[in-house]
Write a protein that binds this ligand. Structure first.
Ligand code: NAI
Length: 329
């Protein structure tokens, strides 16, 4: 089956080549899928896309006219695809429901530790042969209270790591996971209690109507002075303007983010030769206590292998005339 893979990055190709034992015809394309690039799928029965691609109704209609019958997204989320329209057009969609939760949990802790121990400023100082320790004081993780929003797969791995540090764990989730209570002495609390009592807040919940802007001015006001916030889940769970206000009035002591509310059209692209027009993003970069990575928490060899293997399995199933195991109905 001829498949055009949009938004392909050099780091994905080796995993696809290793995993493609049954000889699917894969055509790599660096362009993003959008209303102007659909013609690139001409002659292909399937396309594979990433979070930076867009498949709204008009794009799906054009793909359908070109004969595309399958979309395998190399993401967990499917919010970049109009799945209802796909169903109407008879286009099958499959995703990657699971890949290493360790990748994201470990990245969250990496952000936490880099902020806590001032690793980025320390490195810049060392580069300047300035070995004074002023401004580099951190804190012991041991005995600190970490509030986790979301105790699912990624949250559970984070809980294990943080328990290892000697942290006390508070969790806000719509479902309780008994294992986290039994193994790590975690306490389930409501969101206000979590905000009021945590030294560090780390977000591992999906973006839904209920979690959109869950972290806002009102919740930030409840937090401890100097709280650290880590978000590797989805940008819009935090209201960016309110984070900036919290940083300006020093309520928020540090912020680590791998996701940003307005990251579409920004992350996964090189904008280094342009004038940055996103004022909120520029303001965030202006804080010395903000550490930003551009949606790379998933980027480990193990997670990439799982992601590419599942994508290939979805395509292989369709090529054999079967239903893909991870087809979205
Ligand atoms: P999961 O589905 O295993 O866990 C999510 C948890 O959030 C569940 O326990 C669920 O009950 C809870 N939850 C759902 N709605 C909630 C609400 N309204 N309030 C509080 N808790 C709620 O998902 P997993 O694998 O742990 O992933 C978590 C999130 O991490 C994903 O939704 C995704 O947004 C993000 N993610 C980020 C990546 C990155 O590279 N930065 C990569 C992969 C996932």
């Amino acid at each position: 089956m001829k498949t055009k893979l949009f938004s392909i990055s050099p780091y994905e190709r080796p995993f696809l080549e290793q995993g493609n034992q049954e000889g699917l015809q894969l055509i790599y394309e660096e362009e993003r899928l959008n209303e102007n690039t659909t013609d690139l799928a001409e002659g292909c029965e399937a396309v594979s896309i990433f979070a930076s691609d867009k498949a709204p109704a008009d794009v799906l209609e054009k793909l359908s006219e070109l004969g595309v019958k399958y979309i395998a997204t190399r993401t967990m989320g499917i919010d970049h695809i109009d799945t209802e329209k796909a169903r109407e057009l008879g286009i099958k969609v499959a995703h990657v429901p699971h890949y290493s939760p360790h990748s994201v949990a470990e990245h969250s802790v990496a952000l936490m530790m880099a902020l806590n121990r001032n690793l980025i400023p320390a490195h810049y100082k060392a580069m300047d042969y300035n070995f004074l320790l002023d401004g580099l004081v951190g804190f012991d993780m041991n005995n600190k209270t970490v509030g986790m929003i979301g105790g699912g797969e990624i949250g559970s791995v984070s809980a294990r790591i943080l328990h290892g540090f000697g942290c006390k764990l508070l969790i806000y989730d719509i479902e309780k996971n008994k294992e986290l209570i039994e193994k790590y002495d975690a306490k389930y609390v409501d969101i206000d209690e979590l905000c009021s009592n945590s030294d560090i807040i780390t977000i591992h919940a999906p973006l839904t109507e209920d979690t959109e802007h869950l972290i806002n001015k009102e919740k930030i006001e409840l937090m401890k002075d100097g709280v650290m916030i880590i978000n590797t889940a989805r940008g819009a769970i935090c209201k960016t303007e309110d984070l900036i206000e919290g940083l300006k009035n020093e309520k928020i002591g540090s912020l680590g983010m791998d996701v940003y509310e307005n990251e579409k059209g920004l992350f996964f692209e090189d904008h280094s030769c342009e004038i940055m027009k996103d004022d909120l993003f520029v303001r965030l970069l202006g804080f010395k206590n903000v550490l930003i990575t551009a949606h790379q928490a998933f980027l480990t060899r193990e997670a990439l292998k799982e992601n590419m293997d599942t994508t290939l399995a979805n395509l292989r199933n369709w090529a054999k005339g079967n239903t893909a195991e991870h087809q979205v109905d």
